[in-house]
Design a protein around this ligand. Structure first.
Ligand SMILES: *Cc1c(COP(=O)(O)O)cnc(C)c1O
Length: 406
């Protein structure tokens, strides 16, 4: 891969394609450009074979059946299909959905949409460490509950939820369990059948595959789950998702799944050591806080607050050299603190001062060392310039200050 000066530590937003993925895709733009639904000639058969093979590669990664993998355009669509599709299909059973406050917008906004259609949605609060409280979950279930949707790993903190325990609660109460597993699939083992997950969303571009292709796992036995299609058309994907399949994208997704299955463990071991090194060095700085449960976390992610340092400003000190995300979600004109961190009980100030570092397969030791040095310099520089930091160092209790409004 071409070497760039800019250090990419934002792999939770998207990962680069693995070159092996691109190589696998290329023939499907050119000589094998057929439509997988064309049943009458060689071009169609080749494309169909390629899709079948990719489905098998993905099913192997999940230890599922091929037919349980429904291709979509990405995790946003998979989440929409899962929630809206279950809501419509199981309308006779009830209208109550349980999710959490820290889900991706693709879940939260879909729930908001369903509320307008008559759904009742419970948004569970999470604990300070970012974990769902199982007793709260169980208490929220009622006879009208049809679906629990809880993400596997959080995109901002990397915190991993107790999937097995959640599945057991759903099983006990006869409720379907969907998980947005976008940040987990391909990086840690994710076997929905083994755990009792009935629907699971994921996407290629967070696991070194191409953008614009994803999948929804839908359990086919014990229970046989059905979702109402959200797009009408040719009845592709067992009638659940119409539209000509993105054959090159699916081929790349399959290759990415195969590589992930074979290399997941070694990647995770290497990256967790690198992540720990980054974290150990940066938390030597004064007044830092690692956000989220450090014992239940993705191996490649850390989210650190640097107290009294504004994250967006800090990023400007190294903007030309490191790509990371801050805890300020830039929505239109205003800088809002991350609702995930606020949901975990962080004050606006700590949320604004947080940076997410997400490492990836192509992150090198050297890049992490360079990034750590740049971040530490940036934090020290910002604090040197900050009157608030000076007051803090002088022992002023900042919570007791009455700031003038002028
Ligand atoms: C990235 C992401 C999505 C959206 O995936 P797309 O394929 O970009 O639509 C959904 N959920 C989580 C947790 C994500 O990290």
């Amino acid at each position: 891969m071409q070497k760039r000066r800019l250090i990419y530590l934002d792999n939770n937003s998207t990962t680069p394609c693995d070159p092996r993925v691109v190589d696998a895709m290329l023939p499907y733009f050119y000589e094998m450009h057929g439509n997988a639904a064309s049943r009458s000639h060689q071009f169609g058969w080749e494309a169909e074979d390629a899709v079948d093979y990719a489905r098998e590669q993905i099913a192997q990664l999940l230890k599922s059946e091929d037919k349980e993998v429904i291709f979509t355009s990405g995790a946003t669509e998979s989440n929409n299909l899962a929630l809206k599709g279950v809501y419509e299909m199981y309308a006779k059973k009830g209208n109550h959905i349980i999710t959490t406050e820290i889900e991706h917008k693709a879940i939260l906004d879909t729930c908001k949409h369903l509320e307008k259609q008559g759904a009742e949605v419970t948004y569970l609060k999470v604990q300070e460490d970012g974990m769902v409280n199982l007793a709260d979950l169980e208490a929220a279930i009622k006879p009208s509950t049809i679906l629990v949707s809880i993400m596997w790993a959080n995109n901002e903190t990397g915190v991993v939820q107790p999937m097995k325990a959640i599945a057991e609660i759903c099983e006990k109460h006869g409720v379907l369990f969907h998980s947005d597993a976008t940040q987990a699939v391909g990086k840690i083992p994710t076997y929905p059948r083994e755990l009792g997950i009935h629907l699971m969303s994921f996407t290629a571009h967070k696991m070194y595959g191409p953008k614009g292709v994803g999948a929804l796992y839908v359990s086919r036995k014990n229970p046989r789950v059905k979702v109402t299609a959200q797009m009408d058309g040719g009845g592709h994907e067992r009638g659940m998702r119409s539209g000509t399949l993105n054959v090159p994208g699916i081929v790349g997704f399959g290759k990415a799944a195969e590589i992930a299955r074979l290399e997941m463990q070694q990647d995770a071991e290497r990256l967790s050591k690198l992540r720990d090194r980054l974290e150990a060095t940066l938390t030597k700085l004064e007044e830092t806080k690692v956000n989220g449960n450090v014992d239940n976390r993705m191996p490649h992610v850390t989210n650190i607050s640097f107290k009294h340092v504004e994250g967006e400003g800090l990023m400007m000190t190294f903007n030309q050299n490191i790509a990371v995300s801050s805890g300020s979600a830039c929505t239109s004109a205003s800088l809002e603190p991350s609702y995930v961190l606020v949901g975990m009980g962080l004050g606006d100030d700590l949320a604004h001062s947080s940076i997410r570092f997400s490492l990836g397969r192509f992150t090198t030791d050297e890049e992490v060392d360079d990034a750590v040095a740049l971040v530490a310099n940036g934090v020290n520089h910002m604090r040197d310039l900050s009157p608030i930091w000076e007051m803090y160092k002088d022992g002023v209790d900042l919570t007791k200050i009455e700031w003038s409004a002028h």
